[in-house]
Ligand binder design. Structure first.
Ligand code: HEM
Length: 138
């Protein structure tokens, strides 16, 4: 990610943060619509799940300029995801649902430049998670 993209993600996240609960509702609705096979991996009661998603997203966005500071956090998250049943091929639908939810719920939507910056951010975190998942499976 370029420094500009990092600032772009942080700025647009500030716009969506006040409506974070709509963001997470829309995210899971879209994820389960496009990838219904992953629904059973998640708890039936999704409230605390949504809170955790938003908390983690905030922590990651705040630390985008120093993602290495989150190495251990992301490695731990990735190892737990192996136990949840997540596989590398699930990151594409999750990323699609995230971008869709951001576009739908961010006040005034996302510009193409903002969309590209979020795609880059999600890609970097996905790479870190998948690396750990693949290596911990070996
Ligand atoms: C960058 C990508 C992702 C991030 C940042 C992320 C983040 C999180 C967080 C913070 C939690 C809360 C529980 C915990 O901290 O361990 C969680 C739970 C979960 N995630 Fe993810 N996740 C990502 C991708 C995925 C993918 C690709 C899947 C595949 C379907 C997935 C499936 C799950 C499931 C099933 C749970 C709930 C487990 C339970 O509560 O029983 N996640 N995720």
């Amino acid at each position: 990610m370029t420094p500009n993209q990092i600032e772009t993600v942080k700025d647009s996240f500030q716009r969506v943060a006040p409506v974070a609960s709509s963001l997470s509702l829309t995210f899971y609705a879209e994820l389960f619509r496009i990838a219904p096979s992953v629904r059973p991996y998640f708890p039936s009661e999704m409230h605390s799940q949504r809170v955790k998603l938003v908390d983690t997203l905030s922590a990651v966005v705040l630390n985008l300029h120093q993602l290495h500071a989150l190495n251990d956090t992301i490695a731990g998250l990735a190892k737990r995801h192996v136990e949840y049943g997540a596989r590398p091929e699930h990151f594409a639908p999750v990323g699609h649902a995230l971008i869709y939810a951001l576009k739908q719920t961010t006040p005034n939507g996302l510009t193409p430049v903002e969309t590209e910056a979020w795609v880059a951010a999600y890609g970097e975190i996905t790479d870190m998670m998948v690396d750990t998942m693949v290596n911990s499976a070996a």
